[in-house]
Ligand binder design. Structure first.
Ligand code: KG4
Ligand code: ZN
Length: 340
C-alpha cells in the first residue's frame, strides 16, 4: 500500500509519501516561522492562509521525489486534529477532495498519534510495549503504548506544556521566536548552578507535570538586572536543567510504574540534546533504553502522519465524505487497530 500524507495542524505545512514495503519514499516540510516571527507567536488566520498556498506545491514535490503518480496512491492520510481548526481544515479539504477524485480512502489522523509513532521511522524502531514521553509545544504526556492504537495516558501537565515553558521563558529573556531551540542553544554557554529554578511536582508521587511557575521564577531572577548575554545564558541553562530534570524523573517513574524498560521520546522538545543525554544516561544506569526519532521527525512533519495513517488504512479504517477537523481530540478515544 502506498499513501500520501498531509500535515497542517499549526505552523508547518508538510507532505510525505510512505510505502508499506519500501518505507518512506519522500517527505517535505515548509515552516512558517518567518511569517509569524514579528508577532512573537503563531497567528491562526495567517497560518491557514499560508497552508492554502503551500500544501499543493509540497504535495507535487513529494510525489515527484517519490516517482509516484497520483493514480498509484492507495489512500490519503491527513492531520484531522488536535490543532488550529482553520489550519487543519486546509489540509482536510485538500486530502478529502483529492481522495474523492482518485477514488481512494482518506483518513483523518490524530496529530499526537503521529508524534507517538515517529520513532518507528528509524532503522532501529522501538519494541512494544513501551512508555512514550511526548513533549511538544502543546502537550507533555507520558503514555503507556501497548501496540499501535492501544494508548493509555499515564500522566500529563496540569498547565503549560514543556515546549511552551521553553518558548515563554525564552520570550522573557528577549530571545527570538521560536524560543525553544534558541534557549537550548544559549543554555550550552551558561554556567552550571548559576541559577537553580524550582522543579514542581517532583516531591509528590504521581506522573503529572507543572511548568507554569517557571515564568514567574525567571521574571524574579532577571528583575532589576541588566539582561546581557552572560545573564541570559546562565538563566537559560537553569531553565533547561529544571525542565529536563522534571521530564527525566517522571519518565523513569513511569517506566517503574509499568514495569517496562523501553522509553520513546517524541515531539519538538524531543530534539533537545540535553534531554536526550540526561534520559539516555539515567536509563542506561537501570538497564533501560530510550529511542528517539531524528530531529526532523521530532518537530511537526507529515512522515509521522503517514505512519499512523498507513497502520489505520491497512486495517480498513477510513473517513466518510464530510470534510471536518477537531480542535480538541482525546488520544485514548481512538479506535483500536485490528488487522483485516
Ligand atoms: O512538536 P512540535 O513541532 O509542535 C507541536 O505539536 O507543538 O513542537 C514545537 C515545540 C516548540 O515549543 C519548540 O520551542 C520546541 O518544540 N522545541 C524545542 C527544541 N526544538 C523544538 N525545545 C527545546 N529544545 C529544542 N531543541
Ligand atoms: Zn506537533
Amino acid at each position: 500500500m502506498k499513501i500520501l500524507s498531509l500535515e497542517s495542524s499549526c505552523d508547518e505545512s508538510a507532505a510525505a509519501v510512505l510505502d508499506s514495503e519500501q518505507g518512506l519514499l519522500a517527505h517535505a516540510v515548509f515552516s512558517q516561522i518567518e511569517l509569524h516571527r514579528i508577532y512573537g507567536g503563531v497567528v491562526p488566520e495567517l497560518a491557514s492562509r499560508d497552508h492554502v498556498q503551500r500544501l499543493l506545491p509540497l504535495l507535487r514535490e513529494v510525489l515527484t521525489a517519490a516517482k509516484t503518480a497520483p493514480q498509484e496512491l492507495d489512500g490519503i492520510a491527513y492531520t484531522a486534529g488536535p490543532g488550529l481548526v482553520g489550519a487543519l481544515l486546509t489540509g482536510a479539504a485538500l486530502a478529502r477532495s483529492l481522495a474523492f477524485a482518485l477514488g481512494v480512502p482518506a483518513l483523518g489522523v490524530h496529530h499526537l498519534e503521529g508524534h507517538l509513532l515517529a520513532p518507528l521511522l528509524e532503522p532501529e524502531p522501538p519494541p512494544f510495549p513501551h512508555v512514550a514521553l511526548l513533549v511538544s509545544g502543546g502537550h507533555t504526556m507520558l503514555i503507556d503504548v501497548q501496540a499501535i492504537g492501544a494508548y493509555r495516558l499515564l500522566g500529563q501537565t496540569r498547565d503549560d506544556a514543556a515546549g511552551e515553558a521553553f518558548d515563554k521563558t525564552a520570550k522573557l529573556l528577549g530571545l527570538p521566536y521560536p524560543g525553544g531551540p534558541e534557549l537550548a542553544r544559549i543554555a550550552a554557554l551558561g554556567r552550571p548552578g548559576a541559577f537553580v529554578f524550582p522543579r514542581p511536582m517532583l516531591d509528590r508521587p504521581g506522573l503529572e507535570f507543572s511548568f507554569s511557575g517557571l515564568k514567574t521564577a525567571v521574571l524574579h531572577a532577571v528583575r532589576e538586572r541588566v539582561l546581557d548575554d552572560t545573564l541570559r545564558a546562565d538563566v537559560a541553562r537553569g531553565v533547561q536543567e529544571a525542565i529536563v530534570e522534571c521530564l527525566c524523573v517522571k519518565a523513569v517513574r513511569a517506566l517503574e510504574a509499568t514495569d517496562c524498560n523501553v522509553l520513546t521520546v517524541s515531539g519538538g522538545v524531543g530534539a533537545n540534546q540535553h534531554l536526550r543525554e540526561s534520559l539516555s544516561r539515567r536509563l542506561a544506569s537501570r538497564g533501560g533504553r530510550a529511542y528517539y526519532p531524528r530531529a526532523e521527525f521530532c518537530t511537526d512533519n507529515a512522515a509521522m502522519i503517514a505512519v499512523a495513517g498507513l497502520a489505520r488504512l491497512r486495517a480498513g479504517q477510513h473517513d466518510d465524505l464530510a470534510i471536518g477537523a477537531r480542535a480538541q481530540w482525546a488520544l485514548d478515544t481512538l479506535p483500536a487497530i485490528t488487522e483485516t
